[in-house]
Ligand binder design. Structure first.
Ligand code: PMP
Length: 773
């Protein structure tokens, strides 16, 4: 049996030079390029212009070569951020020429202009930006080629993923040990329901030698071309992405994470369907199986062609790694990357009405539920929540699901550690120490002692005890409208609660200072930070009467108070005054920490201060109940006064595993940088919206901690609370979740999971624009 490879043309360099002269009228120098079953030459003319002369396999149908040419022209005319070669006509004005090879067989020849760029295989490391650029390029390509048709694309082809059964017949050429590894992958391929997938003409060979990368000074490296249309076929559209992913995963320490970057960017350009996402991993590994089977077959037939084994060793090493992954893991990661519910099969759900009735009977009425008609949410992914009817909502408020709802890496950390061990801090455990070290590494050097707890309230509660133990004093200074937690002592120091409905009013040991609000407050100028800090100095006097101040508690940006960014210099001056009076300073970072600020990992850093105690919560565990207090060795020593501190759940190995996973994801997915970029972009867009709508009095914030204050009149700043409530309800109807805050309930707060993208920002803006109109 002769294979297609055995019919590869056998032209010499001189033959190529002769064809260039006779057929194209070009005087060239030539070098041979690698190819699986054709022959390619790089030609160069005296001006330096370069071309690729492609001599097709004798088996190749000229109709199919026309299909390639037409597709290249079609894509070049589409709005795609990629370069395409130009097809050079023969002297006679044709796209194709028939030439005779040195083997006396007739072959079709084509001439294309050369496209410059480094190949992806050589463009290591494949950072997130480059991977995203590949995803965007492929998504744009597939979106465009969905509208392309050519009869010759409908062919039976051994590299077509739909046709993997053909290559599978060569599995017997592999040694038993290797065959056993890939058999389960082929078995999964057999189960694909092809009718559920979209079909179109696809490139089908975005391997790491066909993807070209170029570098420009401003935007860095990006995928600039995808070359070689010899494997074009009418097939499952998602196959094009699957082929690319197979090569993206080669040599990656975390191949699935690398692939997910591509998937996410692809999905933004050309949304994948759920059925496509669900077969994507199977198709990706099928491509790897095809690669090793076809290589085995061709090595048997043409042992001298090295191109055939170009990536064989890498492919085997990848396949060997992938065999140990739970088969549903990559799909979970890809579903998350596409913002789809991570687990596809949803359990049966009760009617929302009856659930509400049961809730009212069983839960205390002081627990409130959002919206006039409550939402019944059953799953989440990234910055999206899904209700019982499958409707998707853009979550712009949940700062707990910091790295995204149901992040698969966080979920895996919880489940794996829960399966292994969960106990308390009375035993030695690596994770407790590793996590504490990693956490303190993000903080100023002085803050080096960690206490792990289970909530923000508990963290602040412990901070208060420590402050009292260290200073041997009792009083606390707090900021108006602040909220620090739900325990008795925390309600005592939370004006947002004790001053609000049902509140007991201020305790004598608590001293309240003005909210440093530069929009609505008394001080709005350059010196606002100093003016508001004077209020803290003033509060020291009544505290002195009671024996002195133990602590000044301050959120690093005041959330319940209405997304207030502290004016420059405020904490520096307030801290100095408090410390001079013998008190200590507690920064409540429960809402604001872990990169949300964008410019800094911690919001207090934007004020240029180092607190004596920092309290952490909400985002720290991405939804797992975890909190932390980090302080100085001196304060920790004073707290160790003989009374043991024990916390049953605080610091358990599961919580530590979660905390570590969250820190890893923030670093690996560059989420602090995302908060800075997307936050800046969104704030600019909100400011533009402000110029069009007089209802918006103020836009403020930092990173992905933003607020929009609504007013009826920009002069009087009369709070537009009813309008804000209506806006929230209307936005919910449009699939965007927001909520209000501030003493007058007129501030729209925006503090989404920090995976929030520019596209989400656009969506938020365009929906809000409609509602405001
Ligand atoms: N501090 C701040 C600033 C908060 O916003 C909250 C919760 N909203 C807490 C503390 C209390 O945290 P938790 O609800 O986890 O007890």
């Amino acid at each position: 049996m002769t294979t297609v490879v055995q019919k590869a043309p056998r032209l010499t360099i001189d033959g190529a030079i002769r064809i260039a002269a006779e057929v194209y009228g070009l005087q060239v120098s030539a070098t041979a390029l690698p190819s699986e079953r054709d022959q390619n030459f790089l030609l160069e003319i005296s001006t330096g212009e370069k071309f690729v002369l492609k001599i097709a396999n004798a088996d190749e149908d000229p109709q199919f070569l026309d299909c390639q040419n037409q597709l290249i022209r079609f894509l070049a005319a589409a709005k795609i951020d990629l370069e395409f070669p130009r097809i050079v006509e023969t002297i006679a004005g044709a796209d194709l020429a028939s030439v005779t090879g040195d083997d006396s067989r007739a072959h079709s020849a084509r001439l294309l202009t050369w496209v410059d760029g480094a190949c992806f295989a050589a463009a290591k490391p494949h950072d997130r930006k480059l991977l995203a650029s590949l995803g965007r390029a492929l998504g744009q390509m597939d979106r465009a080629s969905a509208n392309f048709a050519h009869p010759a694309a409908r062919r039976v082809f051994h590299w077509d993923l739909c046709n993997a059964a053909e290559a599978r017949t060569s599995i017997d050429l592999l040694p038993d040990s290797r065959r056993r590894i890939i058999e389960p992958f082929f078995a999964a391929w057999e189960k694909i329901d092809w009718r559920s997938l979209r079909f179109s003409v696809i490139h089908n060979d975005a391997n790491d030698y066909n993807v070209l990368v170029s570098t420009d000074e401003k935007s860095g490296r990006r995928v600039s071309a995808i070359i070689d249309y010899g494997d074009v076929v009418y097939s499952a559209t998602v196959g094009n992405l699957a082929v690319a992913l197979a090569y993206v995963m080669l040599d990656e320490p975390d191949p699935i994470q690398a692939a997910a970057q591509v998937v996410s960017a692809y999905h933004e350009q050309f949304p994948l369907t759920e059925s496509e996402i669900d077969v994507l991993y199977t198709l990706t590994v099928t491509r790897l199986c095809l690669s090793v089977c076809i290589a085995a077959q061709q090595t048997r037939d043409v042992p001298e062609n090295e191109y055939l084994n170009i990536s064989n060793a890498q492919v085997w090493s990848l396949v060997e790694k992938l065999q140990h992954l739970p088969f549903d893991w990559p799909t979970r990661v890809f579903r998350f990357a596409a913002g789809m519910p991570v687990v596809s099969d949803q359990p049966a759900h009760t009617q929302s009405d009856s659930l509400l009735a049961r809730r009212k009977r069983t839960l205390g009425p002081s627990l409130s539920v959002s919206y006039k008609s409550p939402l019944h949410i059953v799953s989440g992914s990234r910055q999206f929540l899904f209700d019982v009817c499958g409707r998707r909502y853009l979550d712009c408020v949940n700062n707990v699901a910091h790295v995204g709802h149901s992040h698969p890496y966080v979920v895996r950390a919880v489940t794996e550690q829960m399966a292994r061990l969960n106990t308390n801090t009375r035993y030695l455990h690596e994770l407790l120490i590793e996590y504490s070290e990693r956490l303190t590494a993000t903080l100023p050097e002085e803050l080096s002692v960690v206490f792990l707890v289970n909530s923000g309230s508990e963290a602040n509660e412990l901070a208060l005890r420590m402050a009292r133990a260290y200073t041997k004093r009792n009083d606390v200074i707090v900021v108006d409208c602040a909220y620090h937690g739900n325990t008795s002592a925390m309600i005592d120091i939370s004006p947002y609660k004790f001053d609000g409905p049902g509140g007991h009013g201020r305790r004598a040991w608590v001293h309240q200072v003005t909210l440093p609000d530069i929009y609505r407050g008394a001080h709005r100028g350059e010196d606002a930070g100093t003016r508001y800090a004077e209020a803290v100095s003033d509060a020291l006097r009544p505290a002195e009467v009671n024996g002195g101040v133990a602590a000044f508690f301050c959120e690093s940006a005041v959330s319940c108070g209405g997304q207030i960014i502290l004016p420059a210099g405020y904490l520096r001056e307030a801290f100095a005054a408090v410390r001079a009076a013998g008190g200590i300073c507690v920064a409540d970072e429960v809402q604001t920490g872990f990169g949300r600020a964008g410019s800094h990992f911690w919001m207090f850093e934007t004020q240029g201060v180092t607190p004596d105690i920092v309290t952490l919560g909400k985002p720290i565990g991405n939804g797992h109940p975890l909190g932390a207090v980090v302080t100085t060795p001196e304060i920790a020593a004073a707290f160790a006064n003989g009374m043991e501190y024990f916390n049953t759940f605080g610091g358990n190995p599961v919580s530590c595993a979660v905390g570590l996973a969250v820190l890893d994801v923030i670093r690996d997915e560059e989420l602090q940088q995302n908060a800075r970029e997307v936050g800046g972009y969104l704030k600019d867009a909100l400011n533009q919206m402000k110029s069009r709508h007089s209802l918006i009095g103020d836009v403020r914030g930092q990173g992905l901690f933003l607020g929009i204050e609504l007013v009826r009149d920009r002069q009087t700043r009369e709070p537009a609370d009813r309008e804000a409530a209506r806006l929230i309800e209307q936005m919910r109807k449009r699939g965007v979740l927001l909520s209000t805050d501030g003493p007058f309930h007129n501030v729209i707060k925006i503090k989404p999971p920090i995976v929030f993208s520019r596209r989400d920002a656009d969506e938020l803006i365009s929906q809000m624009e409609i509602v405001l109109d």
